[in-house]
Design a protein around this ligand. Sequence first.
Ligand SMILES: *[C@@H]1O[C@H](CO)[C@@H](O)[C@H](O)[C@H]1NC(C)=O
Ligand SMILES: *[C@@H]1O[C@H](CO)[C@@H](O)[C@H](O)[C@H]1NC(C)=O
Ligand SMILES: *[C@@H]1O[C@H](CO)[C@@H](O)[C@H](O)[C@H]1NC(C)=O
Ligand SMILES: *[C@@H]1O[C@H](CO)[C@@H](O)[C@H](O)[C@H]1NC(C)=O
Ligand SMILES: *[C@@H]1O[C@H](CO)[C@@H](O)[C@H](O)[C@H]1NC(C)=O
Ligand SMILES: *[C@@H]1O[C@H](CO)[C@@H](O)[C@H](O)[C@H]1NC(C)=O
Ligand SMILES: *[C@@H]1O[C@H](CO)[C@@H](O)[C@H](O)[C@H]1NC(C)=O
Ligand SMILES: *[C@@H]1O[C@H](CO)[C@@H](O)[C@H](O)[C@H]1NC(C)=O
Ligand SMILES: *[C@@H]1O[C@H](CO)[C@@H](O)[C@H](O)[C@H]1NC(C)=O
Ligand SMILES: *[C@@H]1O[C@H](CO)[C@@H](O)[C@H](O)[C@H]1NC(C)=O
Ligand SMILES: *[C@@H]1O[C@H](CO)[C@@H](O)[C@H](O)[C@H]1NC(C)=O
Length: 367
Amino acid sequence: MNGKGMYFPLLIAIVAIFVSTSFMLLEHLSFKVDRSHHHHDDKRKNQTICDNFSPNFPSIDPNTSSIICVDHNGCCNFTTVQAAVDSVANFSAIRSLIWINSGIYFEKVIVPKSKPNITFQGQGYTSTAIIYNDNANSSHGTFNSGSVQVFSTNFIAKNLSFMNVAPMAVPGAVGAQAVAIRIGGDQAAFWGCGFFGSQDTLHDDRGRHYFKECYIQGSIDFVFGNGKSFYENCELTSIASPGSRSINGAVTAHGRASKDEDSGFAFVNCSIGGTGRIWLGRAWRSFSTVVFSNTFMTDIISPDGWNDLNDPSRDQTIFYGEYKCSGAGSNMSQRASYVQKLNDTQALPFLNLSFIDAHLWLQSFSN
Ligand SMILES: *[C@@H]1O[C@H](CO)[C@@H](O)[C@H](O)[C@H]1NC(C)=O
Ligand SMILES: *[C@@H]1O[C@H](CO)[C@@H](O)[C@H](O)[C@H]1NC(C)=O
Ligand SMILES: *[C@@H]1O[C@H](CO)[C@@H](O)[C@H](O)[C@H]1NC(C)=O
Ligand SMILES: *[C@@H]1O[C@H](CO)[C@@H](O)[C@H](O)[C@H]1NC(C)=O
Ligand SMILES: *[C@@H]1O[C@H](CO)[C@@H](O)[C@H](O)[C@H]1NC(C)=O
Ligand SMILES: *[C@@H]1O[C@H](CO)[C@@H](O)[C@H](O)[C@H]1NC(C)=O
Ligand SMILES: *[C@@H]1O[C@H](CO)[C@@H](O)[C@H](O)[C@H]1NC(C)=O
Ligand SMILES: *[C@@H]1O[C@H](CO)[C@@H](O)[C@H](O)[C@H]1NC(C)=O
Ligand SMILES: *[C@@H]1O[C@H](CO)[C@@H](O)[C@H](O)[C@H]1NC(C)=O
Ligand SMILES: *[C@@H]1O[C@H](CO)[C@@H](O)[C@H](O)[C@H]1NC(C)=O
Ligand SMILES: *[C@@H]1O[C@H](CO)[C@@H](O)[C@H](O)[C@H]1NC(C)=O
């Protein structure tokens, strides 16, 4: 999403912008990287960094899965996540569980279309992260800027973070979009994951996706794309600059372009907080579809709630709904005219996992 031209009134002095995003993002995480191995004890000079390495691999059925281990200190199969992905056979029928030890993996990772059934298993989203710093300028477009890019089906990630630490996007900036992950394959699921960036953090590009108990941080359009996705119990945190009197961010920018497409974002039992003055969504394309249900919103949400990108013709076709939300930001009395306060019947399709046909594909967390 291009924020250009939308935020002209905003260019108030934003001191926080000059704080490097990397610092802000990293500060948020209390990385529990074990540094004790690095202390050289005189009495045991030849102790190696791997002596205490004892990975807690999950138990798997070797007929249907295999485990590949990644450790940045070199204590098991691979030191980078990409090398582990590269080792997986094309179109493998069995699941490849890539177990990633805690730590920061500074690399750009691509999971190609030819590698379905891959799981990234981290050790917690505050201790394991894949991080890169491309932005739209450095990577020839927003869509290529993702630190991680998934094009395959049946991708799963558990307990790790995806981060883009390019400098924070100033409203109206050109080329500052910086994606943490692009999810371009069908049937992807994320449990206990973190997504960190500013403009365009989570590229929910296409296909059916599930997010449970995830932490999602950004400023402008930080969940965007044309996916059909169900967000359950997720924490959405805006890092748009505090103290702004004009709008300086948006949670979503859903990209449905026509009636015939089957896409939309459903948020259930989530919370929205943080800083700035933001919209719940902007109509990237004319049939943009987003519903927030049972979601707590602080007063960072602008009273009008949503934005049609200054194209009133979109008001007839966009579908923006709110259902049983709470908190100061959920007051709908001054919402834009096209926003719908959904009744029980209207909300139903957006309230459970049938929204993403989960019975056809979603595996339980323990698998
Ligand atoms: C490492 O130290 C132990 C005793 O502390 C010793 O027995 C062993 O030979 C040493 N190994 C190497 C490779 O130096
Ligand atoms: C794996 O497959 C083999 C051969 O088909 C079978 O004997 C074995 O019981 C299977 N293991 C499990 C855990 O299902
Ligand atoms: C990973 O390491 C284990 C244990 O050393 C080994 O059995 C396995 O073949 C390795 N896998 C790959 C993909 O290299
Ligand atoms: C996997 O497929 C890609 C493209 O489809 C091909 O370039 C690559 O050589 C294949 N790798 C293996 C190990 O077969
Ligand atoms: C692997 O992926 C294929 C195609 O997406 C899917 O049909 C199959 O069920 C998957 N297998 C496993 C073990 O996840
Ligand atoms: C993921 O993290 C949660 C919370 O720390 C923990 O309860 C759960 O067992 C972890 N799951 C896996 C598969 O690592
Ligand atoms: C991207 O490139 C354009 C043209 O060179 C430049 O004006 C802009 O400031 C750059 N943006 C960022 C975030 O570096
Ligand atoms: C949302 O929360 C309500 C109330 O706690 C619960 O009944 C419902 O099952 C939850 N829905 C989802 C999809 O988790
Ligand atoms: C919602 O906002 C309107 C207008 O600002 C106000 O009159 C009303 O009391 C608010 N409702 C609640 C429940 O806070
Ligand atoms: C919900 O709203 C729809 C559309 O306005 C309406 O047709 C339907 O009767 C309403 N249902 C309930 C239960 O109020
Ligand atoms: C989920 O919602 C659909 C309506 O979209 C409904 O038909 C179905 O019974 C619901 N499933 C559960 C498990 O509540």
